[in-house]
Ligand binder design. Structure first.
Ligand SMILES: NC(=O)c1ccc[n+]([C@@H]2O[C@H](COP(=O)([O-])OP(=O)(O)OC[C@H]3O[C@@H](n4cnc5c(N)ncnc54)[C@H](OP(=O)(O)O)[C@@H]3O)[C@@H](O)[C@H]2O)c1
Length: 333
């Protein structure tokens, strides 16, 4: 396979760093790597395959000669620069929410709708991280039993908010341990030793934008226009890996045994479900893992044809960097 000139936009961020590591780990055919970030990071050096690559400032001229650009510098940067990059002949794989619901942009989880990359017109969107982790377990069950609706609560790690939020949790823990006043910069309330039922901004309906992504993006990725999802997104003082508790109602009867068989065969997913041995997925142990994990699989006692389950997955990987690189691999297939 011919090697590609790849750019990472937002290379110094929580996702960008993981993108660089993932390109290396998966032996993506990178001929040249260009690292782009804001003017603040110019001259900073990041390692790729044992060599230092210098970070450059993102400008409108950054994309000449680049084949694939992985964007993770926020929605505003994607809206401004992704069309410029696509115009320059480069394929953009975008981690922000800027283009996810655009009819002209495929929204892809390779294990679910990898074939959708084929109809891209220069930009391909990576899904919301909580949606990606939940769908890794929900989609195989949907294929077997046809999901009608879900009720879910998320337990989202601070790294989902980016590098500054990781620092905020560390700093607040130190402040509390040392008896100092807790300071807040990223979240509206203290996150250390607390949980916030608030991820993203509130909509007039009372849901947050993050909560509605599960239904909207889930419909597009699963090609399931009537899928419904009522979700409460919660930020928890976990550094890395999101978890989602899901109650799903299916069209067809779904037994726990049949669900387990389906999930055992699902790509990118491991079943860890032995309550007698206290075995279930925990974010602490699924951080830095490519696969997501599902457990606590049981009949939902409040739904007809319902199953309840719990999924954990590294949102910086399956919810962002890994999924983006997998989309790149799908493109080159
Ligand atoms: N964190 C996650 O789990 C996750 C999951 C899925 C999707 N995403 C999405 O990925 C994107 C990045 O998230 P993150 O968590 O990595 O955030 P982050 O840690 O705050 O990193 C942001 C990155 O964007 C760069 N940037 C900011 N302003 C810029 C500008 N004006 N020009 C060029 N580069 C600029 C930053 O560069 P400097 O260092 O120079 O400021 C940094 O590299 C967001 O759109 C987010 O929604 C994040």
């Amino acid at each position: 396979m011919s090697s590609k000139h790849v750019a990472v936009v937002g290379a110094t961020g929580a996702v960008g760093i993981e993108m660089i590591k993932t390109l290396e780990k998966r032996k993506f055919p990178v001929g040249k790597l260009t690292l782009l970030a804001s003017a603040r990071s110019v001259g900073k050096k990041l390692k790729f395959r044992g060599e230092e690559v210098t970070v450059q400032e993102l400008t409108k001229k950054s994309f000449a000669g680049i084949d694939i650009a992985l964007f993770s510098a926020g929605g505003g940067i994607s809206k401004e620069f992704a069309p410029i990059a696509a115009q320059a002949g480069c394929v953009v794989i975008d981690n922000s929410s800027a283009f996810r619901m655009d009819d002209k942009v495929p929204l892809v989880i390779p294990e679910i709708n990898g074939a959708d990359v084929k109809w891209h017109k220069g930009i391909i969107a990576n899904p919301n991280c909580t949606t990606a982790v939940a769908l890794m377990a929900l989609y195989p069950l949907h294929q077997a039993f046809f999901v009608k609706r879900i009720f879910a609560s998320s337990y989202q790690a601070v790294s989902g908010t980016g590098a500054k939020a990781i620092e905020e949790l560390k700093r607040q823990i130190e402040q509390i341990v040392n008896g100092l006043k807790v300071t807040k910069e990223v979240y509206p309330h203290q996150i250390a030793f607390n949980v916030l039922p608030h991820v993203d901004s509130f909509l007039p309906s009372g849901y947050t934008k993050e909560e509605m992504k599960m239904e909207n993006e889930g419909r597009k990725i699963m090609h399931h226009p009537t899928f419904r999802a009522s979700v409460t997104c919660v930020r928890v003082p976990v550094y890395r890996a999101h978890s989602v508790a899901v109650s799903a109602e299916f069209e067809k009867p779904a037994t726990v045994e049949a669900a387990r068989e389906v999930l055992k065969k699902a790509p990118g997913l491991q079943v860890l479900d032995d309550p007698a041995k206290n075995e279930y997925p925990q974010p602490l142990f699924w951080a830095e893992q490519d696969d997501c994990a599902v457990g606590r699989i049981r009949r939902d006692c409040a739904l007809d044809n319902g199953l309840a389950f719990w999924v954990s997955g590294d949102q910086l990987l399956k919810g962002a960097a890994l999924n983006a690189v997998q989309i790149g691999e799908e493109l080159l297939r």
